[in-house]
Design a protein around this ligand. Structure first.
Ligand SMILES: Nc1ccccc1C(=O)C[C@H](N)C(=O)O
Length: 369
């Protein structure tokens, strides 16, 4: 490995040659910058980052160390909430093949990042950032060599009628309403991008996490009513069994999915309130002016969308993928490559098994070809 750069808070520690860790063709036009911000972007606190140790990720077959992880790092300095944390994974840097990197550092191999947003209908307290563990483990085990780092984000949830909160902090983290979910996702991305400036990344999401991934590229933060933040946009968005048109499903559930209408109404109201125009506005298939956001995102060059839908999914119909596909084909006008990849298993089987990892690697590899 010719280049190993370690980022140390309070000063940059560089070893090896002095090239940047990313492949460097990120275009400035894909950075949404808004100034002046009425609140500053959250800045990573060295003590919070350093307070979480690197722990080994081990191969299931040989128990050899295949990478390092920091779990549940707060991405907002002032927040005690589990829901405002993220997990980071890094492939093995040569210098740290058996001993953990110092807790205050983020050793970076060259390559791109994969960042994951979990699903759970904006409310399920049992589906968290840990949903990415099977994919992270598989990606580290196969070590494709193009990955600089990976992260999985938590975000505040809306209340779930079947799962009362278990503590005051749990209640505080589970009383979110739009735009809280996307605000947290953007805060998490901003935190990561201060750790790894200039990162190029694939943003992937499952179910409502796929909706959130598109919300990142759909609008500038202030259009969600959020304070300005400097967010570098992803090169690719990958949606696994994603929700892209809530209002459309609720108005006309797909054949065979009619029984789910009430559940969709319940979680949509829980996350976005009763105003149906908001339901349309927050979804990539139905938001006004798709040409606008696709064009702004595509201005960076080389952007890609990959949509994945398991045929056996009993919670999300294929119509969700098809609706978004049609809009992107029309609005993207060839500027954004849209592709579909196969998957199998039920709604959650795609992340519980190892189905996401091969798709993510293929998308990552295809970006600079
Ligand atoms: N009904 C759905 C339809 C589509 C997507 C997810 C769901 C869920 O139920 C997710 C989650 N397990 C929940 O308890 O809210």
């Amino acid at each position: 490995m010719s280049c190993l750069t370690a980022f140390l808070f309070g000063g940059v520690e560089r070893r090896g040659n002095d090239t940047t860790p990313s492949s460097g063709n990120m275009q400035d036009t894909s950075v949404f910058s808004t100034t002046p911000a009425d609140k500053p972007s959250p800045s990573p606190s060295p003590s919070i980052w350093a307070s979480r140790p690197w722990t080994p990720v081990r191969s299931e077959d040989s128990s050899a160390i295949i990478g390092w992880t920091k779990a549940r790092v707060s991405y907002l300095d002032s927040s005690p909430l589990e829901q405002q944390t993220l997990d980071v994974y890094i492939p093995l840097p040569p210098e740290h093949s058996t001993t953990p990197p110092p807790a205050g550092t983020l050793p970076l191999l060259p390559g791109k990042w994969i960042i994951f947003i979990h699903g759970g209908a904006w409310r399920d307290p049992k589906i968290l950032s840990s949903a990415f563990i099977p994919a992270a483990r598989r990606l580290l085990a196969t070590n494709p060599g193009e990955i600089s780092g990976m992260a999985s984000l938590n975000y505040r949830l809306s209340p779930h009628p079947d799962h009362p909160s278990s503590s005051p902090d749990d209640a505080a983290g589970r009383n979110a309403h739009h735009p809280d979910h996307i605000a947290d996702v953007l805060s998490g991305l901003s935190f990561l991008q201060q750790l790894a400036p200039d990162m190029e990344y694939v943003l992937a999401g499952h179910s409502c996490g796929a909706t959130l991934a598109f919300q990142v590229v759909m609008r500038k933060p202030e259009r969600w009513g959020l304070p300005g933040m400097q967010i570098r946009l992803p090169r690719a968005v990958v949606g696994f069994n994603g929700l892209y048109d809530l209002a459309g499903f609720i108005a006309r559930p797909d054949e065979g999915f009619e029984d789910l209408r009430e559940a969709y109404v319940e979680f949509t109201r829980g996350a976005f309130g009763d105003d149906e125009s908001v339901w349309r506005d927050v979804c990539p298939t139905t938001a006004a002016d798709p040409g606008g956001w696709v064009g702004e995102w595509a201005a960076g060059g080389g952007q890609k969308v990959c949509l994945v839908q398991s045929p056996e999914d009993t919670l999300v119909p294929r119509g969700q993928l098809e609706g978004l596909w049609a809009v992107l084909e029309d609005a993207g006008k060839g500027e954004v490559v849209v592709e579909e990849r196969e998957a199998s298993g039920g709604h959650d089987a795609i992340w519980m098994g190892e189905g996401m990892a091969p798709v993510l690697v293929e998308v990552l590899r295809s970006l600079d070809q």
